[in-house]
Ligand binder design. Structure first.
Ligand code: PLP
Length: 346
């Protein structure tokens, strides 16, 4: 486990990495270490996986959702800055901001950090999907006060289940190790002044992770090549648009995502999804915005229309590192042969 931590720290350019049982555990510890608690607010992206925001509720805080930017599909830095300014005036600053690197593309951390710095609000980078990506030549995971990785089965590299908390601050790392191993005080007997968790990764899975990490570059190149193939095969179809790649960085293309405008394509996102399913090809809608999730009903949202529109029309295509050329051809053929209801795509 020590070796896996050192290798991930070197790879992501952070001083300290703490191996944990999941990315969700890493998000939970990050907020606890930042002192987020009962009654606090945490600003976070609405277009993301549930775990990004669930951590806030684990520590008794309330998530406040912020819409994404059309150009990157990530947390909109202007909306964030506006919300922080109005909260500063009202004396209701959030205790932390959790930004996410959606589908392997880094959020715009220069602008996000610049928006938060004047108020001293720390930023957590949920890099669960973006290991191997970069932002202005800096690695994903190293772009905020703390970074979170996941090695869940569906991520770019996996330990079947696992995660890591990344930070340059030695106190954060020491505190994460302490809390992840049941908060045991230094004493010959079992002594506990506060309560922690059983969140440490096992050595066995760390060994798997080291093997996987050696293949990271190759896997990222494969995912990027898959994305390029989809673009060549589907990019010219009317109504079909790909997730934009922001000019400030390089995505790992964890998933290739498209939006399908039914007026241009002649069939809806669900028409395509169901048609693919009939050919035994699994494709899923984008993350459902968290402000629309029943579990978060009543949580405030800043904007939301961009995420809702992306959810309405967005589809994640099969993107695993093991896809063959034959698989891709079959998927692309099935996509293209979706029966059209109307329009120029016919
Ligand atoms: C996968 C994922 C997580 C959670 O990671 P686990 O290791 O599955 O707990 C958190 N955030 C995002 C954005 C994810 O995609």
């Amino acid at each position: 486990m020590d070796a896996f931590e050192r290798e991930i720290a070197a790879r992501t350019g952070v001083a300290h990495a703490v191996a944990l049982s999941s990315g969700t555990a890493a998000l939970h510890l990050a907020l606890r270490i930042l002192g987020v608690r009962d009654g606090d607010d945490v600003l976070t992206a609405t277009l993301t996986f549930v775990a990004t925001a669930a951590a806030a509720t684990y520590v008794g805080a309330a998530p406040v959702f912020v819409d994404c930017d059309e150009a990157t599909w990530n947390l909109d830095p202007d909306l964030l800055a506006g919300e922080l300014a109005s909260r500063a005036r009202a004396g209701r600053l959030p205790k932390a901001v959790v930004a996410v690197d959606l589908y392997g593309q880094c959020a715009d951390y220069e602008r996000i950090n610049a928006a938060c710095e004047p108020y001293g609000v720390p930023v957590v980078e949920d890099a669960a999907e973006s290991l191997g990506a970069s932002y202005r030549d800096r690695p994903a995971g190293s772009l905020a006060a703390m970074g979170v990785l996941s090695f869940n089965g569906n991520k770019v590299i996996t330990t079947s289940g696992g995660g890591m908390l990344l930070s340059d601050d030695p106190d954060h790392a020491a505190r994460a190790r302490f809390l992840a191993t049941q908060a045991r005080d230094p004493a010959p007997h079992y002594q506990h002044s506060e309560l922690g968790y059983n969140y440490r990764m096992s050595n066995l899975l760390a060994a798997v992770g080291r093997g996987q990490l050696a293949d990271l570059d190759e896997r990222v190149e494969r995912r990027r090549a898959t994305n390029a193939s989809y673009r060549r095969a589907l990019g010219e179809l009317p109504g079909v648009s790909f997730m934009p790649e922001a000019p400030y960085g390089r995505s790992n293309r964890w998933l290739t995502c498209v939006t399908i405008d039914p007026r241009g394509f002649g069939a809806s996102r669900d028409d395509v999804r169901v048609h693919l399913e009939s050919a035994d090809i699994e494709a899923r809608p984008l993350w459902k915005p968290l402000h629309l999730q029943p579990a978060f009903s009543g949580c405030p949202v800043v904007g939301g229309a961009v995420a809702e529109e992306l959810f309405r029309h967005g589809l994640c295509l099969p993107s695993g590192s093991g896809l063959t050329d034959a698989d891709l051809e079959r998927i692309v053929d099935a996509f293209r042969s979706t029966p059209r209801r109307t329009g120029p795509g016919r």
